[in-house]
Design a protein around this ligand. Sequence first.
Ligand SMILES: NC(=O)C1=CN([C@@H]2O[C@H](COP(=O)(O)OP(=O)(O)OC[C@H]3O[C@@H](n4cnc5c(N)ncnc54)[C@H](O)[C@@H]3O)[C@@H](O)[C@H]2O)C=CC1
Ligand SMILES: O=C(O)[C@@H]1CCC=N1
Length: 285
Amino acid sequence: MNSNTVENSSTKNIAFIGAGNMANSLIRGLLNNGYDANNIWASNTNVTLLDHLKKLKIHTSTDNRLVANAADVLVLAVKPQILKEVATEMADLIREKKPLIISLAVGINLKTIHNYLQDASISIIRCMPNTPALLGSGTTGLFPNRHCSSIQKDAAEALFRSVGIVVWCKQEEEIDIVAALSGSGPAYFFLLIEALQNAGTELGLSKETASLLSQKTALGAARMAIESEGKESIEQLRQNVTSRGGTTQAALNVLEQANFRELIKKAMLAAKQRAEALAEEFENQ
Ligand SMILES: NC(=O)C1=CN([C@@H]2O[C@H](COP(=O)(O)OP(=O)(O)OC[C@H]3O[C@@H](n4cnc5c(N)ncnc54)[C@H](O)[C@@H]3O)[C@@H](O)[C@H]2O)C=CC1
Ligand SMILES: O=C(O)[C@@H]1CCC=N1
């Protein structure tokens, strides 16, 4: 694998508990980057999902403990509500073998995972990816506990780099902000695309045309934002579209008067507060 250290002998075998959307994109990302299928394991209660993964020549099983037993890096990729059950089921094995634990679960903090495993000395990295990882265009925020070695941190970074970009959080609380921004973020953009599409259709375009124009406009704007980095600010890009007294200004006036920016901030705050509420709920469970 070109992103080097993930194949260090102490982090070679990567096992996924729960083989849904996120695990699938990570497994495909690893394979696309030349990672050896023989070092990847996945378990799921759903056999049909495992059958798809079998075709990729990785090891699959419905037995979480069997898969966990092979792991140097153990990715917990089940929904937060199931994490306690899954972690408890494997806790003795994890205490014995001490793999690096990678948790994708939103709203479950390090303290709670330590409680599930009944061991405060296990290396754990909390990760907040997003679904564009499926296309290799993901973003992931990572936060390690103090037991993680640099080899383990490099392995986690290489894993998520195989499906996009990675940022390290300085404090655990930042993971909730990453969840509110980029974890949930694709849904905000999908909503905007949906709204543009529907409005375009209602104003008289065909559904196909409105759909094509809204998708390509989102892609074009995102590419311009990325490719202008360091040359032109986002504000400048916006101003370049906005002729004085023109159509864009008329539209933006409506959005600004409706407090669009404040609305986005309120939405993100709601997501962050939900993560915090979940954390409290799981901590007291
Ligand atoms: N979908 C998203 O946009 C994001 C998800 N996450 C986190 O990633 C984690 C996984 O999410 P997804 O992949 O979207 O969920 P998913 O529902 O697609 O995958 C979870 C899989 O776990 C399996 N499963 C259920 N019980 C199990 C058990 N006892 N043992 C083994 N497997 C079991 C299910 O069959 C399912 O295929 C969640 O904790 C979520 O919070 C984090 C960031 C973004
Ligand atoms: O909505 C959720 O709970 C998950 C975490 C971030 C994106 N999806």
